[in-house]
Design a protein around this ligand. Structure first.
Ligand code: SF4
Length: 414
């Protein structure tokens, strides 16, 4: 059986599909991202914005046209969202809500072997996510941000058992992964339901998953404990953190239901930079949130400069049915929101280039993740994309390079 995997949305979705791909490949299934001739297409969907729902519908209908013989299996937040205006669920052959996602592998394997042993007895490696290993450590969220539907679609925060995570990390290292990325819907809440903590897990992983480097995906500012801050800058922990800001204005943060404030966020940035001066700090910002004034927006811009973000995902607010924010009133006119988005994206571009330029001529540790005819691409521990001439570098391996110039996106080695 040939399975094509399509992932939309966050790193959690990506981690889930990497896990599925590994399990299928071990059972002899041919698995690829965007397989050219699949029997089954699996889509892990997103529903974070109205645009995300549109993308799911476009993808489902596009796959139906390109592969009329293939069955389409849809899972992810779009399936759980009770409110998408025009759901793609009915266009799929089968849908799995998030809570039943782990059953997909059994479902597909039963399709492959309806009565007995595998037809393809040679377990293979999946053609999915070979360079970095995405380890999903937690699912769900206990927060109630007023713009967000994800806490509804994913349910309450729940953590994976630590022993299982350590075992998967050891296996990833034995398979040659140079980097393990810890992901979760609300990663910072890892362990609370089990009397454990993210810092505790990191310490155990550093030991169990040597020599791979560890990267943390998104963590909310209010979830940094002193023990977690203490680990920033430790050897083999990537010098990169993604700390969603959303707004630099306390008034807007309060309306968003976020649990930190401007001053606390900046104090955290100072503490992180004291531990790791070269830290790459990236963030998410929502512009045009209901009630955001010109002054609120300027506060966001000023905070972004002060925090010296090296990357910003800028989202224009769009109301989601089923969330509280549309009822807050004071909507921002669309042209104003568009203008703010363009201004902040330009600021993000300038700040990113300035950060990258600091590393020209300095050693960077990269994991190679993609090959082109003449070049290979890698990601540095501090989240800079690096290109180098192809000289047989194996994907997934770690190298130290010294970039010589800026590329169109990222840095370039000789
Ligand atoms: S922290 Fe807020 S934005 Fe993130 S998943 Fe939870 S409710 Fe949504």
């Amino acid at each position: 059986m040939r399975v094509s995997i399509h992932t939309l949305g966050c790193k959690v979705n990506f981690a889930e599909m990497a896990e599925l791909a590994d399990r299928l490949a071990r059972a002899g299934v041919e698995v690829h991202e965007d397989h050219p001739d699949p029997d089954v297409c699996v889509i892990n969907s997103c529903s974070v914005t109205a645009q995300a729902d549109r993308k799911v519908r476009t993808l489902v209908h596009g796959l139906r046209r390109r592969h009329p013989r293939a069955r389409v299996l849809l899972t992810g937040c779009h399936v759980d969202n009770p409110h998408p205006r025009a759901s793609a669920v009915e266009a799929a052959d089968v849908a799995f809500p998030n809570a039943r996602k782990r059953e997909i592998a059994d479902y597909l394997l039963a399709m492959q072997h309806p009565s007995g042993p595998a037809q393809s007895p040679v377990p293979g490696r999946s053609g999915f996510a070979r360079s970095r290993y995405f380890l999903k450590v937690q699912d769900g969220c206990d927060h109630r941000c007023t713009y967000c539907i994800v806490w509804r679609t994913r349910g309450a925060s729940s953590s994976e058992p630590e022993e299982q995570l350590l075992e998967r990390a050891r296996r990833a290292v034995s398979e040659g992964y140079g980097e393990i990325v810890l992901t979760g819907v609300d990663l910072g809440s890892f362990g609370r339901d089990r009397g454990r903590s993210l810092a505790g897990l990191l310490e155990r992983l550093l030991e169990a998953a040597a020599p791979a480097r560890l990267r943390l995906s998104s963590i909310n500012a209010n979830d940094f404990t002193p023990a977690l801050v203490e680990l920033v800058g430790a050897q083999r922990i990537c010098r990169h953190l993604h700390v969603p800001l959303q707004s630099g204005s306390d008034r807007v943060l309060k309306r968003m239901g976020r649990l930190y404030r401007r001053a606390g966020y900046l104090d955290l940035v100072a503490a992180l930079r004291a531990r790791a001066p070269d830290l790459a700090l990236t963030t998410d910002v929502i512009v045009g949130f209901p009630g955001e004034s010109a002054e609120d927006f300027e506060q966001t811009r000023a905070l972004a400069r002060e925090a010296a973000f090296s990357g910003m995902h800028v989202f224009r607010y769009s109301p989601r049915a089923g969330t509280a924010a549309p009822r807050l009133g004071l909507p921002v006119d669309d042209p104003v929101a568009r203008e703010r988005s363009a201004v902040l994206q330009e600021q993000a571009r300038i700040q990113q280039r300035a950060y990258e330029a600091r590393f020209i001529g300095r050693p960077l540790q990269v994991v190679w993740d993609r090959e082109f005819p003449a070049r290979v691409r890698g990601l540095s521990d501090n989240y800079i994309t690096v290109f180098a001439p192809r000289r047989g570098q194996a994907l997934g391996t770690v190298d130290t390079v010294r970039p010589l110039a800026a590329a169109e996106q990222g840095l370039l080695c000789a």
